[in-house]
Design a protein around this ligand. Structure first.
Ligand code: HEM
Length: 292
């Protein structure tokens, strides 16, 4: 079941498709910067890090930029169960209504797009079956969009924010990057290694097993800590040091490993690179205030 899902979605966000998306990611970043550049300051998270990945996915699924608030409402609604926000009947009803609104919108969108395909993620998802796999049903497509919206939005926004903060806290690394843009990709990976936006996820042990001397009975629920593994001293020397020239920076686990490895990895890295570029260049980036 999951194998079929992966075979079908793997063709929708390949590195070559992400390459085609670079101009639109750059345009979205430029438009966001234009909206605050004259003020000479901005709330980086609210005005830039959050809207950027939201607008990128929204555009890919056919929403126009004026509908970003609708998109944010859906994303918040879809994440509500995981964030523990279904605290009473009223909140459960509210988030169920938001989810239903998104699902109705998406169902109409799928029908429309079937008739008029373009080069976006949505069209690729609707394409006919490959290798004998059945194409996605409507319910599967709706679930998948939930996964794209929840998996690709806050994760990337948080990573853009973390990466910028790390640069500002480490001016020597900022200087290195200013002088050598070929380090951008490694910088994105090192930022993900140093401060992963997904610190860990739950897993259930399917059989009795042993890990580093600890026995784990079948059916145990484990929280696998990617963030902690990324600071493993047997893999990364001085892991607390933020070093954009680190040779094995890309060996981090922030996108997980195995069959569930993040399918959005090429897009996430590209968004982090595109998002940082203009700020690294800017002579006007002189100070930052952080709040909790
Ligand atoms: C820096 C940003 C991102 C981080 C840190 C991240 C992290 C992760 C992690 C840790 C997983 C594994 C989940 C698991 O093991 O159960 C995952 C899966 C996934 N991610 Fe990402 N992600 C990011 C960006 C994106 C983007 C941009 C998209 C899509 C637009 C995306 C879509 C997905 C999907 C669909 C899965 C599920 C894959 C599967 O279960 O087979 N992610 N991501």
């Amino acid at each position: 079941m999951h194998g079929r899902y992966r075979r079908l979605i793997n063709r929708t966000l390949t590195p070559s498709m992400v390459k085609v998306m670079i101009p639109s990611v750059t345009r979205i970043a430029d438009e966001l910067i234009d909206s605050f550049i004259d003020k000479g300051q901005c709330d980086f998270i609210e005005a830039f890090a959050f809207p950027l990945p939201g607008l990128v996915i929204a555009e890919q699924i056919g929403l126009d930029s004026g509908e970003i608030n609708t998109f944010k409402r859906w994303s918040d609604g879809m994440l509500a169960p995981a964030m523990g926000l279904l605290v009473d009947e009223a909140s459960a009803k509210h988030y169920a209504e938001v989810e239903a609104e998104a699902q109705h919108y998406l169902a109409n969108l799928f029908e429309e797009r079937r008739a008029n395909t373009s080069g976006d993620i949505l069209s690729a998802l609707l394409a006919d079956s490959v290798d004998g796999d059945e194409p996605f049903t409507m319910a599967e497509l709706q679930n998948l969009m939930d996964l794209l919206i929840t998996g690709g939005y806050t994760t990337t926004a948080d990573s853009i924010g973390n990466a910028m903060l790390l640069l500002l806290e480490n001016p020597d690394q900022m200087e290195l990057l200013r002088n050598d843009r070929s380090l951008l990709h490694n910088f994105a990976d090192e930022a993900l290694r140093h401060a992963s936006s997904v610190q860990g996820l739950f897993r259930r042990a399917t059989s009795d097993t042993e890990l580093s001397g600890a026995s784990i009975p079948a059916n145990s629920i484990l929280h696998t800590r990617y963030g902690s593994a990324n600071w493993d001293t047997t893999v990364s020397a001085e892991p607390e040091r933020f070093d954009i020239t680190r040779g094995n920076a890309s060996k981090h686990l922030s996108f997980s490993r195995g069959p569930h490895f993040c399918f959005g990895q090429p897009l996430a890295i590209q968004e982090m690179m595109t998002a940082s570029g203009p700020f690294i260049e800017s002579e006007r980036l002189t100070s930052i205030e952080t709040t909790d």
